[in-house]
Design a protein around this ligand. Structure first.
Ligand SMILES: C[S@@+](CC[C@H](N)C(=O)[O-])C[C@H]1O[C@@H](n2cnc3c(N)ncnc32)[C@H](O)[C@@H]1O
Length: 331
């Protein structure tokens, strides 16, 4: 899935820098997003503790990081003709498109999807909600199905990587027929855990070998930019408004999205933290100025700085290079 601020293109560099400091042990990623960094470190046998405040991000993390086998779907299989995950995938891909809340708002009123795709997504979503209501799927099976639906949906969404706005001219991929695919778990350390909570809560749970902090660095709220994945994960059909169809009771912005609160919030997170190595990932033009960051981090030990080049999204659905800085502190 396209994720704003994703560090997917710099994971190998990040791993090289951090594994030299700590070649194994616990790795905490409390601003974990859709689990990109956490699942990489899981695959390198770190014991990963991943978190995020958003429900859909948490479902991606469950799917890739805390799961170590494909879901068993025991109850669903005993009540249907399905005998494998592949049967579920085929079933979803052959479901009859349906109209409803999703297609009315994100197909008819707003051009996020072409009709046959929007209505197909609607029927998959309804089916998952029904199975949950009937008690046929467990919490983690629901998480895997919803994360997979969101991930599949994103490939056909007529937008530039966020759900802030749809594109005037149809995005090429959004015209192709929707296909449901299951996300696989990431093989690796089998003692990883995921938490749906604020970073302050996760960082205080224990002393971590590596604490990797990658908070939002500008005023764009993830809850707002990813409102549709979040609504799908929450299985809600709330009143919505505006060009992007954002829920009227939009979830609150993170304190890291505001000039007034970001610096103080970072200090609160660090006050709660215990670590051997701290890696703080941020851009030079972020809300907290580089000189302020250096003076905050200096209190925890000598700060080393690395510049990383990541691919970011522009609002024109093209990639562009973004400079990031990794501040590493060894306690
Ligand atoms: C820059 S993104 C992380 C990107 C991720 N490292 C990746 O490579 O895909 C920041 C994440 O922090 C989450 N977030 C914002 N405020 C938070 C908080 N107070 N506690 C936990 N997560 C938070 C956002 O929902 C978002 O997913």
């Amino acid at each position: 899935m396209r994720y704003f601020g994703s560090k997917v293109t710099v994971v190998p560099t990040l791993y090289r820098i951090l594994s030299e400091k700590k070649p194994g042990g616990s790795f905490c990623d409390p601003f974990g997003g859709i689990g990109t960094i956490g699942s990489f470190f899981k695959s390198k046998n770190y014991r990963v503790y991943c978190g995020d405040v958003l429900t859909f991000a948490h479902y991606f993390q469950i799917t890739k990081i805390s799961q170590n086998t494909t879901p068993q779907f025991e109850k669903l299989f005993s009540h249907t003709d399905f005998t494998s995950c592949q049967d579920i995938v085929e079933y979803f891909n052959n479901l009859k498109p349906q109209k409803g809340w999703f297609s009315k708002n994100y197909v008819d009123k707003r051009k996020f999807f072409i009709p046959q795709n929007g209505e197909k997504i609607e029927s998959c979503w309804k089916k998952i909600r029904l199975w949950e209501k009937q008690g046929l799927i467990t919490y983690s099976e629901k998480a895997v199905l919803l994360a997979s639906l969101i991930n599949s949906m994103d490939k056909f969404a007529n937008c530039a990587g966020t759900y802030y706005a749809y594109l005037k001219n149809w995005y090429q991929e959004s015209l192709l027929p929707f296909k449901f695919e299951l996300i696989n778990f990431t093989p690796g350390n089998s003692n990883c855990k995921c938490f749906h909570c604020d970073a302050k809560e996760l960082v205080g749970k224990q002393k971590f070998d590596i604490l990797y902090l990658d908070p939002p660095y500008n005023e764009r709220s993830y809850a707002g930019y990813y409102h549709l994945p979040e609504t799908i994960a929450l299985c809600e059909t709330p009143p919505i408004h505006g060009k992007s169809g954002i829920p009227s009771s939009i979830r609150p912005k993170s304190a890291f999205n505001s000039i007034k609160t970001a610096k103080n919030e970072l200090q609160c997170v660090l006050n709660e933290s215990r670590f051997h190595v701290l890696a703080f990932h941020y851009t030079d033009n972020g809300i907290i100025r580089s000189d302020e960051l250096r003076s905050i981090l200096n209190e925890y030990g000598e700060v080393q700085e690395f510049t990383l080049v990541a691919k970011g999204y522009t609002n024109k659905s093209q990639c562009r290079d973004v400079n990031h800085r990794l501040y590493v502190v060894e306690s």
